[in-house]
Structure formats: structure tokens, C-alpha cells
Design a protein around this ligand. Structure first.
Ligand code: PEP
Ligand code: MG
Length: 327
């Protein structure tokens, strides 16, 4: 509704002083990706590959996977697509990977950890992505979900290199990854913050439980501080990497959780120094309009206001009060 009242997205998002903020889409497959392209997304910031295979009891073959990913690349021949390796487990169980008897699925074998019990699943997926990339003009980035340590990031980067894939990255959705972003980014080219899980894990509140919704709020001070810590870690890693490491958005920080689709919070993310935002296509217009209504300095000031607030409610109110476009 807000998106409609703020008009359509024209495919470019800049602050009022001309700072570009790429807006990308979260998609679950080819048809979603085509809709995202129509909606003006500059690319895909999160391809949830597990959504392509939710109904499978057996692991999809490399050829089947490759066909599914190629559909998404073909929707963005001139854009970027960030492919996330399977995030099976917890709220997204896959029959062929997930052990339904685990007592604590959110703290169990999910995301990149699947490699511990099903060795080779990540390598087969990377092979499929590499096959799909053959002849595609899309700028293909690959990232692993549910990363907790720099060592996992190193192993993932090694697997990507072995598959011939450039631009490896990881998601920051566990507080330990936000706190060690600098060492993680010494090993991979980019991070993407998944605020849905980052909030769940730092607040110790199941993201699927309605009664815990107030805790599961990305405006929570602890979440904002972890985002700031991630951006600071990336800044340090970028300066260590020198001019080459900073090329083509390397050591960049994106956000692909629901937080990026909240226009007021999107302004805060830009103010904190996040480089790009990925969201469901229907949020693009509203987010672009609200970011376009502030300068970089104003976004920074609003981010400071959010960080200074003692509660999520006060942070949201303080920032919204500074955004006349939302009145
Ligand atoms: C997240 O955790 O914020 C995220 C983008 O991943 P998913 O919602 O698929 O877990
Ligand atoms: Mg997640």
C-alpha cells in the first residue's frame, strides 16, 4: 500500500545528494526473478535456492539444479545475482537433507552446516551453479548461509574457487559472524546480513512465534549494534585489502533480511554504511522513494538517532519523525 502511494520504482535508487544504493530482489526461483526484473530490481540479492526444491525427497541432480539457476540468471542478463547455497533446516526443512528429529532445529544442522552430515552437497551445488553460469552474462556471486566462524568462510571460499566460481561471500545471520566480520571478510569478498535470523539469534527468540514478535524486531538496539559492527569490520577488511580488494564492490555489505524492506529502517541501513539492499519486489518503490528523500548526511544522522534509542519502539519513532515523506 505504501509502495503504491509512493509511486513506481524506476530502477535507480539514490539519496538526494546522489549516492547510489543498488536495490536488489529476494527471489525463490525463475518466475519470481522475472517478476523482480519487471518491477525494476537491479538484480537478485538473495536467491533462496532451497525454495526451488522444497517438494523433493531426493537431492536434485546437478543438471536439475543448473536448469533452475539458469532461469534466474536469464532474468538478469546485465545484472548481478547472488546465489545462496541451500539453507535447509529449521524453518525451511528439506526432506532430503533435514533430520526431523533434532531437538533444536534452529541451533542444529542448518545452512552451511549441512556439509558436516551430508559431505559433498555444497560442492555439487557449486558445480551446478558453475554449469549454469557457462555462457551467462550475469554477474554471479555465491554465498553460504548460517556461517558462524571465519574458518567456515575460508572453507566455503576454497570450495567456490575449486568450482571455478568467483566472488564468494557469506551471510551474517549469527551474532558471532557480525562480531568477527573483519576476519570473515579477510577470507571472502562480501557479506550479506540476514536480519531475520540475526534478530532471532541475538534476541534468542524463535522467528516463527507470534507472541515473541516484539523481541523479533530488527529495530532492537542489539540488532542495530551488530549491523554497525559488521559494517565496521568490513571497513577494516577493505582498507587492509587495498585498492584491488575494494574493486567492484568487494568487501561489501548488503542486507537481505526483511529489515531492508522497511523504508525507515532502509534509511538507517544506508546511514550505517550498508552498500546495497535486497528485498521482496513489492517493497522496491517505497524504499527507493524514502531513501531518495534524504541526503547521505541525513541518513547518517538518522542512524545515530536509531542507535541512541534505548528501545526498538523509540528507535523507530525517532527515525520516522525525521522522515516527513512518511507523514
Ligand atoms: C535472513 O535470515 O534474514 C534471510 C534473509 O534468510 P532467510 O529469511 O531465508 O532465513
Ligand atoms: Mg536466514
Amino acid at each position: 500500500e505504501q509502495a503504491r502511494s509512493l509511486g513506481a520504482y524506476n530502477g535507480t535508487c539514490t539519496t538526494s545528494d546522489g549516492h547510489r544504493v543498488p536495490l536488489l530482489a529476494n527471489v525463490g526461483g525463475g518466475s519470481d526473478a522475472r517478476k523482480a526484473a519487471e518491477a525494476g530490481a537491479e538484480g537478485v540479492g538473495l536467491l533462496r535456492t532451497e525454495f526451488c526444491f522444497l517438494d523433493r525427497d531426493t537431492e536434485p541432480t546437478v543438471a536439475e539444479q543448473s536448469a533452475a539457476y539458469r532461469e534466474v540468471f536469464d532474468a538478469f542478463p546485465h545484472g548481478k545475482v547472488v546465489v545462496r547455497t541451500l539453507d535447509a533446516g529449521a524453518d525451511k526443512p528439506l526432506p532430503f537433507l533435514t533430520d526431523a528429529t533434532e531437538p533444536n532445529p534452529a541451533l542444529g544442522v542448518r545452512g552451511y552446516r549441512t556439509e558436516l552430515v551430508t559431505p559433498g552437497v555444497v560442492d555439487r551445488q557449486l558445480k551446478a551453479i558453475a554449469e549454469a553460469s557457462d555462457g551467462a552474462t550475469t554477474d554471479i556471486w555465491v554465498m553460504a548461509p548460517m556461517i558462524s566462524t571465519a574458518e567456515e568462510a575460508r572453507r566455503f571460499a576454497e570450495s567456490c574457487a575449486a568450482a571455478g566460481l568467483q566472488t564468494p561471500g557469506v551471510m551474517v545471520e549469527v551474532p558471532s559472524a557480525a562480531l568477527t566480520a573483519r576476519t570473515i571478510l579477510q577470507r571472502v569478498d562480501f557479506v550479506s546480513i540476514g536480519t531475520n535470523d540475526l534478530t532471532q539469534y541475538v534476541m534468542a527468540a524463535d522467528r516463527q512465534l507470534g507472541p515473541l514478535a516484539a523481541l523479533n524486531d530488527p529495530w532492537q538496539p542489539a540488532v542495530l549494534q551488530l549491523i554497525r559492527s559488521t559494517v565496521a569490520g568490513a571497513g577494516a577488511a577493505r582498507s587492509e585489502a587495498g585498492p584491488d580488494g575494494a574493486d567492484a564492490g568487494r568487501k561489501s555489505v548488503g542486507v537481505c533480511g526483511e529489515a531492508a524492506a522497511d523504508p525507515a529502517l532502509a534509511v538507517v541501513l544506508v546511514g550505517l554504511g550498508v552498500d546495497s539492499l535486497s528485498m521482496s519486489s513489492r517493497a522496491l518503490a517505497a524504499v527507493a522513494a524514502v531513501i531518495g528523500s534524504v541526503s547521505t548526511a541525513e541518513a547518517r544522522e538518522l542512524a545515530e538517532r536509531a542507535l541512541a534509542a534505548p528501545t526498538a519502539l523509540e528507535a523507530r519513532a525517532a527515525v520516522r519523525a525525521g522522515l516527513p515523506i512518511l507523514e
